[in-house]
Design a protein around this ligand. Structure first.
Ligand code: MFK
Length: 518
């Protein structure tokens, strides 16, 4: 009889993305000890429901969104410019799910106090890998909500936060974040979008080169008010509503959709602003500083999504290891295969622990409970964890492709897509080098070096359990970091990347027991 390999089926073999995930269950146990019983019960039952949906309904919607890619309809049949972005039903259903589950709202309702970001992180983590990258507009929506919370006036908050934080799909809006331009790229000092005063209004003119939430209802962006100085210091933060009451773009033209390596279901476009009406946020100036509030949230999302992406790839590899027989036994029964899987799981666990630790710090900061040291630690760990999880994600997913052998290289198994999508995490919201430089900025401007050193000393210094768990490799990283962190922050740049990666390894060891300790 002919042989056909059975495909790994997540719903059939693992049932629930929450209950089968030892790390997430560990966080839930930590929350059970820390939250009021009724509050915890609601979290647990929501995570359980989402864990089931992630392997069933949401997965089917995401597959539909991936098979019906976004289309830009520039003109109608009669030649009138319409600039419609046509999306799959799968995409709309997933946006509705995101609103209903309160993936953004949970962080602002703050029902779980300092743990609200952890609860939200769990929801996003369960959603991401079956979301066809609806997680991307959610990241920007959340970042926009944070920037509005910090910088908008009462009227702007009332008009916009009520949409961004809604759980009603009919009312829910997503927001874009438009920074990148043709000349500038990561260096926003080259921003050429001009903001002109026309009567009492601001009107924007320019081209935005990467806008990943083209179907959003609003966006935050950087522009230079007429007459403002050149360079990044002359930029201001603006918000605009993209569409009028008839859903027609307001003085915005879609130039084209990007043909990207991955994230194909996500409509990323080039846009021309032709006098688009906008509003200043928090007055003129300090645009980069203000949009950093948004960036730090989207970088946190990037960490959660990269970690979730790794988990999905590993789930498939784990199932396949039980299904596939080669050389006389299941893959899992081969010692080399088992040790390869164990190494990948260990990489994933470090990423998971770092990500849910910063979720806790972020939640503490947002409810005003973080100490000054914790605030600075969060500032330094945000770029560290973003860059580290992105790089590990690519390595782990690439190994998973290998685990599937030839099948991993064939498109309709769905495995190659995982690798293409993994590459985005190290580019989106700042490349590894941009983040290493952001870490140096945190050292130079916020004194993050001594704070990080003090934190690591307390967890890994002589006599601690962390010290006993150190391997020769982490001990060498510890010596390297100690020397650099105690030195002159202005000389760190050439070694900033090694410093970031080594700090991540040490931090992962330091906070490994965060959820199991009391
Ligand atoms: C999933 C879908 C993917 C779809 C495809 C995606 C492909 C890629 C698409 C994209 O374009 S994503 C967007 C990528 N772009 C970025 O993430 C921006 C990268 N560049 C940076 O992050 C630069 O470091 C930065 C623009 C911030 C540098 O700008 P500046 O003006 O040269 O920085 P400067 O002068 O050091 O900082 C200005 C102020 O902001 C300072 O405060 P003060 O005014 O008080 O001195 C800084 O301390 C503050 N600041 C900067 N970064 C900060 C920050 N504060 C807090 N946190 C930060 N992270």
């Amino acid at each position: 009889m002919d042989f056909y390999q059975s495909a790994p089926n997540l719903a059939e073999h693992l049932q629930n993305a929450f209950t089968q995930d030892r790390r997430l269950v560990g966080v839930a146990e930590g929350l059970r000890r820390r939250l009021d019983a009724r509050v915890f019960q609601d979290v647990e039952s929501q995570w359980q429901r989402c864990g089931r949906l992630a392997f069933t309904e949401w997965l089917r919607w995401s597959e539909l969104a991936e098979s019906e890619l976004p289309r830009h309809i520039a003109f109608d049949a009669w030649g009138k410019r319409v600039d419609e972005i046509r999306m799959s039903r799968g995409w709309s259903e997933l946006e509705a799910v995101a609103a209903q589950e309160g993936i953004v709202a949970t962080a602002y309702e703050r029902k779980q106090g300092e743990y609200s970001r952890v609860v939200q992180g769990g929801l996003l983590y369960l959603f991401h890998a079956s979301s066809a990258f609806v997680s991307c507009p959610l990241a920007m929506t959340d970042g926009a909500a944070r920037a509005l919370e910090l910088y908008a006036n009462d009227d702007q908050k009332r008009r916009w936060l009520s949409h961004l934080l809604s759980r009603d799909p009919a009312k829910f809006w997503t927001s874009g974040q438009w920074m990148t331009e043709r000349a500038g790229g990561s260096d926003v000092s080259g921003t050429s979008t001009l903001a002109k005063r026309v009567g009492n209004e601001w009107r924007l003119e320019g081209v935005k080169w990467f806008t990943s939430a083209t179907t959003s209802q609003m966006s935050l962006l950087l522009a230079r008010p007429e007459g403002a100085e050149s360079g990044s210091r002359g930029l201001s933060l603006f918000a605009l509503e993209l569409r009028d009451a008839n859903a027609k773009l307001r003085n915005i033209e879609v130039l084209r959709l990007k043909d990207k390596l991955g994230t194909k279901a996500l409509p990323t476009a080039e846009l021309r602003l032709m006098g688009a009406p906008a509003e200043l946020l928090g007055g003129e100036g300090q645009g980069v500083k203000k949009i950093s509030a948004l960036l730090n949230i989207t970088r946190y999302y990037n960490s959660v999504c990269a970690t979730a992406h790794m988990r999905r790839a590993l789930d498939l590899a784990q199932v396949y290891s039980d299904l596939r027989q080669a050389f006389g036994r299941k893959l899992r029964e081969h010692p080399l295969h088992a040790s390869t899987l164990a190494r990948l799981e260990a990489e994933f666990e470090k990423c998971f622990d770092l990500t849910f630790f910063i979720a806790h710090l972020l939640g503490r900061d947002e409810v005003g409970l973080a100490s000054e040291d914790e605030r600075v630690l969060l500032r330094a760990m945000t770029p560290i964890v973003k860059a580290y999880t992105a790089k590990r994600c690519m390595e782990v997913v690439s190994e998973v492709v290998e685990i599937f052998g030839g099948a991993g290289y064939v498109e309709d198994t769905g495995i190659p897509k995982l690798l293409r999508d993994a590459q985005v995490f190290s580019i989106w919201e700042g490349t590894t080098n941009v983040l290493a430089l952001d870490l140096v900025r945190a050292f130079a401007k916020e004194g993050a070096g001594p704070v990080l050193l003090k934190f690591l000393e307390a967890k890994l210094g002589p006599g601690t359990t962390g010290a006993q768990q150190m391997t020769a490799a982490t001990r060498a990283q510890w010596d390297f970091c100690r020397q650099l962190l105690a030195g002159d922050a202005s000389k760190l740049e050439p070694q900033a990347r090694e410093l970031l990666m080594s700090s991540a390894e040490l931090l992962a060891l330091a906070i490994r027991d965060h959820w199991s300790s009391n």
